[in-house]
Design a protein around this ligand. Sequence first.
Ligand code: ZN
Length: 281
Amino acid sequence: MSKTKKRLIISFTIIGAFIVLMIVFGAFFSLKNIYVDYATSTFRIEEYSKEDIVKTSGIKKGKNVLFMSFSKASAKLEKTFPYAKFEFVRTFPNKLTIYMSERTPVFRVLVNGKWQIYDRDLKLLEEVEPSNLEENNNDKVPVLSGKTLNYATSVGDTISDVLFQTQYCAIADGIVYGMKAPLSIVSDIAFNYNADTNIEEFTLTMRDSGAKILVQDENYLYEKVAYGVDIYLEKVSQNSEHVGHLDKILIRVLRNFDPHETDDGGELSSKRVSVYCSVCD
Ligand SMILES: [Zn+2]
């Protein structure tokens, strides 16, 4: 055999082996199964059909699992199934699971005669006629006021306002994680800039009584909210003095509140908080 022939045979063998490998690996990593599973407890996302989710994702069986990207699928799904958040997990060699978690409403605003319901990512989850507000407990979602946002124009869209989002989430988390209380204990959350004092103020109205908690300034917002709610739940609402007129109570968590400062013998420091009752005081 001549040298050239030998070389040719070797070259073809290498190319052939490469092609075989490509086919074998291609088949090996070719998507066979798409599963849809829940990553959280379900309330509203239960009604989304798993079949529809796979269909809407546009992800087709037979695609190479290694080279898949999910940004398009994610955008389509987020828009079509507004109450869900999606995560894509590949199990090599050939499985894909779409995990669905439920988005939680955190505030509502009245826009053009309809309640817009948003979650903490500022995603518009739903638009509700005022007459249907009680459905799915949407009436228990706190009303936001005093803040003008670039409201979403269609359900499933997300708006962007990083400062507001940070502040609002700090308030919501102060209640939910700081105090381990449901967000629904608050009926209204108002943002206000006090021009006299140059201080930003956040006022929470308690749903059960109408009592107000005013938090000054965004520093330690999470801790201030948790502290104010704690004072309301543990002290003010338990105080027999104010029975029947809790709506006349204003708890102020002051600007200079510092969570690292400790209470002296459990007494409230007047520098950190003030409780005012327009009936008793
Ligand atoms: Zn009173």
